[in-house]
Design a protein. Sequence first.
Length: 134
Amino acid sequence: LVASLVHIPDPEVDLPFWNWIFRVQMAAMFILARLHEDQDLASKKHPLRVICEGVIDWPVIAAAVALRRLVDTRPELENQVGDIYHSLLKRLAREGACCFDLDVIRCYLSLPNLPEELREGLQQDLDSLLAEEY
C-alpha cells in the first residue's frame, strides 16, 4: 500500500496522469488511516506520521487530509494532529515553500478547537501565500 504512493499503477480511466497520482495517493492514505485508526499518532511508526516526517513531496498532502479526517472520527487526536501540522510548517519555515504548504495550512485551519491567536496567524500565512502564488 505504501509503495503505491511512489509506484503508481497505470490509470484505468482517461485522466491526466498527475490527477491519477493524486487520487491514488489520497486513496492509499485514507486506507492507511483506517487500518491504523486505533494506533496512537505519537508513535513514530504510525504511517501517516512517517509520511509527514519523511520526504517533502505530494504524499504529504494526502496524509494531511487523512489526518484531518481522522480528527472527525477521533476528536481526541486533534492536538496530536495539530502538532504534526505544526512540525510540517516549521520544516517549511526552514526549507522553504513547497507543494503542500497551502494544503497543510488549510487542514490546520479546519481543526475545530484551534486557539484564536494561532488561527489568525495561520490565516495571515495562507493569505500571504495566496497573494504570492496568484
